[in-house]
Design a protein around this ligand. Structure first.
Ligand code: BEZ
Length: 211
């Protein structure tokens, strides 16, 4: 059965560039981004892994651990890291799963045979500390992902877990957020002391509460 938002992320054991892991134990009490790339030594994947490595500090700030996956073996992943450092200026410090038998890829629906029978598509799973799947995105092999967008969604998830707000279109850190319709104006007075603008009774904008 395919995975859905809110499902528990399937646990697994796997070999990675940083040794064997049991996925849930590896996540611990942090958030995780699990992302697949079709294969090693390919150009788009090289730029993606370099960019995620460059964003390491941003993921750390949000208590997010990243982990990549491809069906190639650990030795291949390790050799490729040097090319990533050379061409992208950043070497991944996060582990990359080796999944030659596609055990993890099949568990997470990363194989899309009508697109490619052999290699994974580009998937991204954001998983919270309770091991629940909070975001799933799937990209075709020929399109590199936008990891700034992944960070943006993580910011929204972490904010909206803590406050009864939702984030509007294209929202970024520091911008106004929406008071969820289930909160009455009476409750909002206590919860949002900075006040709000009512554009419609169901559309109330308030400054980001944790700023
Ligand atoms: C790439 O990462 O460059 C790539 C991988 C598979 C198909 C197309 C491009």
């Amino acid at each position: 059965m395919s995975l859905r938002l809110g499902d528990t992320a399937p646990d697994f054991t796997a070999e990675t560039t940083q040794g064997p892991i049991k996925f849930h134990d590896w996540i611990g009490d942090q958030w995780a981004v699990l992302f697949s790339h079709p294969r090693d030594y390919t150009p788009v994947c090289t730029t993606e892994l370099g960019y995620v490595a460059r964003l390491q500090g941003e993921f750390d700030k949000r208590k997010v651990k990243c982990i990549g996956l491809s069906i190639d073996p650990v030795d291949s992943h390790k050799g490729w890291m040097a090319d990533i450092k050379e061409t992208q200026g950043h070497e991944p410090k996060f582990p990359i799963i080796a999944d030659p038998d596609r055990k993890v890829a099949n568990l997470y629906g990363m194989m899309h045979p009508a697109h490619d029978e052999v290699y994974t598509v580009r998937t991204v799973f954001v998983i919270d500390p309770k091991k629940k799947i909070r975001l799933m995105i799937t990209y075709p092999q020929t399109t590199g992902r936008n990891f700034d967008e992944i960070l943006r969604v993580i910011d929204s998830l972490q904010l909206t877990d803590g406050y009864r707000v939702a984030t509007p279109v294209n929202w970024k850190q520091g911008e106004d957020v929406i008071i969820v319709p289930a909160v009455t104006d009476e409750e909002a007075k206590a919860k949002f002391p900075k006040g709000w603008k009512t554009l419609k009774p169901y559309l109330r904008l308030t400054p980001q509460p944790n700023k």
